[in-house]
Design a protein around this ligand. Structure first.
Ligand code: PMP
Length: 355
């Protein structure tokens, strides 16, 4: 026996790369191409380094209150964390504790199986149908909990609230987590279902629609009992997850409703134009409601295109995985960035098509 046999061994999640090259077009990690709300810069300038001497508020009360006001819930229904990854990891630890397998789609956010293995939670994946949709009936079997994103990642497809409600209703004995990382780009939130179902947890993030991936702010909304369980686990793990600057700038961002709405609208407009241009080039893709498009081409293999784009300093995301190895996930950037992407695609795709 040696010490290595007593180590927890995990295969970590692979995040999209974060290159920093002059002139690059970065469409690989679903960040927002526009800056955060102007009030965020003001909040940064107002920070006093003197304040760093003290521990931050462990409850992030100001940010929690701002979110409670914005979503019209009680502060006791809000839990904040260091990005939604932190919130989701805490939720896995808290709610998926039955020993029965949890359920999530076969094609989905690839952190779910990593957390399941880390926390030794058994899991089963439910295949999406041939149009990439969730089949509610797959989630009507004995299980230890359910999680899926809406819109799903990396497909971008929205599920109807009817489908989601059917799943929540069929699972009163476990917690159902709806990961709404991309909901602000035109999909419907499941937050109204909180009035009807105690077993629902909705998770959102500041990383995409609020342009603050670098600050690491995510949150969950659920009923007070559920949130209290989540807090008990968090406070058994690390009291001070969210640092002081994040709490300040997060609060400033939530208070700028108009800028937020304008920014997501701009991205949605560019997304719809991107769909038209992709169609003209014979790409196929599910009808995304997120800030990315999951595209494939019958004549140009995705892996080939991924490498060609990279050579041209354009970064998109590619996974060499079953079912999705012929797809690229392309984040919606600015209009100018998308123009440059299409300038490249038009030449490249046509040259491959014409042999
Ligand atoms: N959920 C989904 C579906 C995502 O795609 C992401 C982004 N990688 C996250 C959660 C986590 O985002 P963050 O930790 O930046 O809030």
């Amino acid at each position: 026996m040696n010490w290595e046999e007593n180590v927890r061994k995990v295969i970590p999640y692979t995040a999209g790369e974060q290159p920093n090259k002059p002139g690059m077009i970065k469409l690989n990690t679903n960040e927002c191409p526009y800056p955060p709300a102007p009030g965020v810069a003001g909040a940064i300038q107002a920070l006093q380094s003197e304040a760093f001497r003290l521990y931050p508020d462990p409850d992030a009360s100001e940010l929690t209150q701002a979110l409670a006001d914005y979503y019209k819930v009680k502060p006791g229904q809000v839990f904040v964390g260091v990005g939604s990854d932190d919130v989701l990891a805490m939720a896995f630890m808290t709610f998926f504790h039955s020993g029965k397998p949890i359920l999530f789609p076969d094609v989905t956010y690839s952190f779910y199986d990593v957390w399941a293995r880390l926390f030794e939670i058994p899991y089963q994946t439910c295949p999406l149908d041939e149009n990439w949709h969730i089949r509610a009936k797959d989630y009507k079997v004995p299980n230890g909990g359910v999680i899926f994103p809406n819109p799903n990642a990396p497909t971008g497809l929205e599920e109807s609230q009817e489908t989601i409600e059917e799943i929540i209703k069929a699972n009163p004995d476990v917690v159902v987590i709806v990961d709404e990382a991309y909901v602000d780009f035109g999909a419907e939130s499941s937050l109204p279902l909180l009035d009807k179902y105690e077993n629902l947890l909705v998770v959102q993030t500041f990383s995409k629609s609020r342009a603050m991936a670098g600050m690491r702010i995510g949150f969950a909304i659920g009923n007070e009992k559920l949130i209290q369980y989540l807090k008990d686990v968090k406070f058994s793990f690390n009291s001070y997850t969210m640092n002081y600057p994040s709490q300040k700038v997060g609060t400033a961002a939530v208070r700028e409703e108009k800028y937020f709405q304008d920014t997501v609208q701009r991205i949605m407009d560019t997304r719809e134009r991107t769909k038209e241009r992709l169609r003209q080039l014979d790409f196929r893709f599910p009808d995304s409601k997120a800030n990315f498009i999951f595209a494939s081409h019958d004549k140009v293999p995705a892996s080939q295109l991924f490498h060609a784009l990279r050579e041209a300093n354009i970064y998109v995301r590619y996974w060499d995985k079953p079912r999705i190895h012929n797809h690229l996930r392309i984040t919606i950037g600015t209009e100018e960035e998308m123009d440059r992407l299409f300038e490249f695609l038009e030449k490249y795709v046509r040259s491959v098509e014409n042999g």
